[in-house]
Design a protein around this ligand. Structure first.
Ligand SMILES: O=C(O)c1cc(=O)[nH]c(=O)n1[C@@H]1O[C@H](COP(=O)(O)O)[C@@H](O)[C@H]1O
Length: 234
């Protein structure tokens, strides 16, 4: 797999027309993420458009509910035959297990990989301690959430690049690590709080990087994507 194939670009736009414009402007992107903004506005038809173009799909709906509800959501999502699907680790062990079981029972070997959000990359240690009232150091908390996902039978997790090395060494080489919160040195952090550069994130052990605004908000998205690929290769 080439470096470019390890970059997932999010379609964080409000309409399908804008999403298609981006997809067609970036033919070299092989893996796209459909998240809440686009899925809530336009529904699943964007998934068929991506399939027609033979793209891989990360359906990022971040399920967070009781076991019966997330299992049902996973059964429904299985029909789309996407590659990745997200759930919050904080749903708890029973919900994670039931979601994973529902996916595999519905889609078998074709089931999307269900990956757990450990701690959103927009949060920092202060948010964790003072707002969420979680009295655990942030790296330890992210690790515990990844281990909870792993013990519940999930094949991977979403984490910031800051935690990737530790999660890789504890969870093993087969555990899929997807890292948002990635910022080239020349881009703005925006609402990301635990960011690293693409090269650093890959070195830390990320399998895939989710990189949005540095590419999609650039004046020349194709050039920005290419520059990121070259930086990682370098
Ligand atoms: O699940 C995600 O993809 C995700 C988890 C997380 O902890 N942080 C995070 O930023 N994301 C997503 O990754 C993308 C990051 O976009 P940019 O900040 O524009 O690069 C957005 O679509 C977020 O929804």
């Amino acid at each position: 797999m080439s470096v470019c194939d390890r970059i997932i670009v999010p379609l964080d736009v409000p309409t399908q027309a804008e999403a298609l414009t981006l997809i067609d402007a970036l033919p070299e992107v092989s893996f796209w993420k459909v998240g809440l903004e686009l899925f809530v506005s336009s529904g699943p038809s964007i998934l068929s458009e991506l399939k027609t173009r033979q793209k891989r799909i990360f359906l990022d709906l971040k399920f967070h509910d009781i076991p019966n509800t997330v299992a049902g959501a996973c059964r429904s999502a299985a029909q789309y035959q996407v590659d990745l699907l997200t759930i919050h680790a904080t749903c708890g062990r029973r919900a994670l297990k039931d979601a994973q079981t529902a996916l595999v029972e519905t889609a078998g070997e074709q089931a999307p990989k269900l990956i757990a959000i450990t701690l959103l990359t927009s949060l920092n240690s202060r948010d964790l301690a003072f707002d969420l009232k979680i009295p655990v150091e942030l790296p330890e908390y992210a690790l515990q959430m990844a281990l909870l996902a792993k013990e519940s039978g999930l094949p991977g997790a979403v984490c910031s690049p800051h935690e990737a090395a530790q999660l890789r060494s504890v969870c093993g080489s087969e555990f899929l690590l997807v890292c948002p919160g990635v910022r080239p040195a020349w881009s703005e952090a925006g609402d990301q709080r635990r960011a690293m550069t693409p090269g650093e994130a890959i070195k830390a052990g990320a399998d895939y990087l989710v990189i949005g605004r540095p590419i999609t908000a650039s004046e020349d998205p194709g050039a920005a994507f290419q520059r990121i690929c070259e930086e990682i290769e370098g």
